[in-house]
Design a protein around this ligand. Structure first.
Ligand code: NAP
Length: 246
């Protein structure tokens, strides 16, 4: 058990990478907070976790709202007495070529993917600093590192997350709080489901391992960074992409 008695919050964990991550952490003994916008999704996921015998609670929160992030952390501490691990996973896409990208699509992606990470980290780090222990893992993206046509808003948000990660790592290192990013390549989830088959084939042709990733591939990397095995690793970006970007 790598995370016995640890308390972990995973945002956007009703499905996809977030859900796989929450499950991976729970399997290692963590008490998990399933947080998402999607209330029905939270209930469904929570029911599964309870059936599997894992200790979990659900908190509906929109990470782009400062007060929701605050409440998420407060409810976690009230229920479990602490917050040791924060996985900033909630994210959205609103793709289009720059010339057609609306201001609303730019703002929406930045609000969730970048401001959401700021909101939740700021709320959590206060408690982590007091207890002199914390693990923050931000889910960035290969797109924040290499760019991708049609994703100016998304790439900017994820590159921003990488910069933010390095600042938090520096500011809180002496408090025994590590902050790292995980940059997944293309992973099979609802987010990539909407891509046309032709696009998926083109992507796979660019991946040395010749397959898209699974949510579990990402969850395993998050687990490592959340565990004490990674106690001397901070401010880093862990690429989980089948070799697509090196
Ligand atoms: P997903 O299946 O769409 O799941 C994202 C979850 O986040 C959904 O349950 C969604 O709820 C929730 N969410 C959206 N906006 C939110 C908000 N404002 N506050 C709280 N929760 C919110 O996506 P995924 O593929 O698992 O992606 C998870 C993370 O990995 C994202 O940060 C994404 O950018 C990143 N990532 C994904 C890939 C990939 O290939 N899939 C690659 C690189 C990075 P609703 O369903 O209600 O919107």
């Amino acid at each position: 058990m790598l995370l016995k008695d640890k308390v972990a919050v995973v945002t956007g964990s009703a499905q996809g990478i977030g859900k796989a991550t929450a499950l991976r952490l729970a399997k290692e003994g963590a008490k998990v907070v399933i947080s998402d916008l999607n209330e029905e999704g939270i209930s469904r996921t929570l029911k599964e976790f309870e059936e599997w015998g894992y200790e979990a609670i659900g908190v509906k929160a929109d990470v782009s709202r400062h007060e929701d992030a605050q409440r998420l952390v407060e409810e976690t501490v009230r229920s479990f007495g602490a917050i040791h691990i924060l996985v900033n996973n909630a994210g959205i896409t609103r793709d289009s070529l720059l010339v057609r990208m609306s201001e609303a699509d730019w703002d929406a992606v930045i609000a969730v993917n970048l401001k959401g990470v700021f909101n939740c980290t700021k709320a959590a780090v206060r408690y982590m600093a007091k207890q002199r222990y914390g693990r923050i893992i931000n889910i960035a993206s290969i797109v924040g590192e290499m760019g991708n046509v049609g994703q100016a808003n998304y790439a900017a948000s994820k590159a921003g997350v990488i910069g933010f990660t390095k600042v938090v790592a520096r500011e809180f290192a002496t408090r025994n709080i590590t902050c790292n990013a995980v940059a997944p390549g293309f992973i099979v989830t609802a987010m990539t489901e909407k891509l046309p088959e032709k696009v998926k084939e083109t992507l796979i042709a660019q991946i040395p391992m010749e397959r898209l990733g699974t949510p579990e591939d990402v969850a395993n990397g998050v687990l490592f960074l959340a565990s004490d095995l990674a106690g001397y690793i901070t401010g880093q970006v862990l690429n989980i992409n089948g070799g697509m970007y090196m």
